[in-house]
Design a protein around this ligand. Sequence first.
Ligand SMILES: Cc1ncc(COP(=O)(O)O)c(C=O)c1O
Length: 450
Amino acid sequence: MKDQLNRRSFIHHAAVGSAAVAFLGSKAPMVMSAEADKPAMLGGTPVHKGSWPGWPTWRQSWEPAVIEVLRSGRWFRGAGEHVEEFEQAYAKLIGAKRCLATASGTTALLVSLHVLDVDAGDEVIVSPFTFIATYNAVLINKALPVFADTDPATLTIDPASIESRITDRTRAILPVHIYGLPCDMDPINEIARKHKLAVIEDACQAWLAEYKGRKCGVLGDLGCFSFQNSKHLPSGEGGAVTGDSDDLLDRCQAFHNCGRAYGNFKGPRPYFTRGSNYRMQQFQAVILMQQFDKLIQETEIRRAHAQHLTEGLKTIPGIQTVRLPADSKPVWHLYPFRYDADQFNGLSRDKFIRALNAEGVPCGAGYHEQYFDGLLDEAINSRGFKRLFSPARLKAYRESFEELKGNRLVCNTTVAMTQNLLLGSRDDMDHIIEAVRKIHKHSAALAKAS
Ligand SMILES: Cc1ncc(COP(=O)(O)O)c(C=O)c1O
């Protein structure tokens, strides 16, 4: 939770006193005096002195629709039409046949795992470089999240590391389009077909991201989205499952609504199947629906600014920008790059981050090796998991974390900035590039400073 909370609390702080979102195009030239050339951490002037766009942002024009729901008293989905309207509109937006709105991204994952028959004692191949909810969703189903490795060039699941981890218990593959970077889905789907496994995309950070002309969320059996406050399409909390199979989506609807029959998924009595309450509220639906145009516009701005950043940053020795799968379009929920301390005179990543923060550029280290944090030890030492898996399997599982060399590298060398920075001006992007260049130039002095 730490990374996520840090990210969320950063966004909250960034929102305080921030200017309205600045769009593309301002062109003030940068003048570097001797004082400005000195790193801010060593007493110089920060490259970026202003604030950054806050998040979330909203428009006054949205208020009447929210008030209308409030005054109607029809707040839950069973009493009104807005959640269903949202489902249809979101399905259309991402090119899916169907969509189910849920209470959160986590519950979207829980619904998907359930309807794809991930049961107690099963295994799911998971991206380790993700928010902890991806691990938790599998664990809550009393299944084992088996980690494939992360490709250090793309920061997403390395398809070549999946097959060796498949056992006779494996039911599904759960790739994560982390930071809005599309996974290389073709080889993943091919492996899944070969071994008859389901594919659930964790697209919780990837609204409108594209892979080979199709949007993330329609590339596997089911896709899961989050609309939590920090997300590009936020409603405080919220989520969605998307897909093209009527049968699966009927099952999703039933499971998320206490097991009530839905569509063709019906039985002799209304509650004939297991279920829970993972429903979205009407308030969330109207807030979400009003943001589609904003999401589309801001996605274009983030993409343009990320490209500008990439062009500038990749010319600085020691900065490795991400490699994207062919014919893919990311949406940059965070803008990450890998940092090589050797090219910065041994300046540690931690100090590099502090130096960049001092220059007025908020950034952090992203996800760490969370499988060593104890939650998986707690799970595999629990009564339930010990009943479900043999001691030999649990021992081998625990030992397998050490094999995740790509993920370790990524966790130890990544630096990431949150999406709201990309909504600044073109000059703000130049400030980021200039700040990194300045730190590189003075890295020997910074490495010596305490
Ligand atoms: C990759 C990923 N998966 C799952 C989730 C869970 O979504 P939620 O917080 O809406 O439950 C998140 C949310 O941050 C996420 O980033």
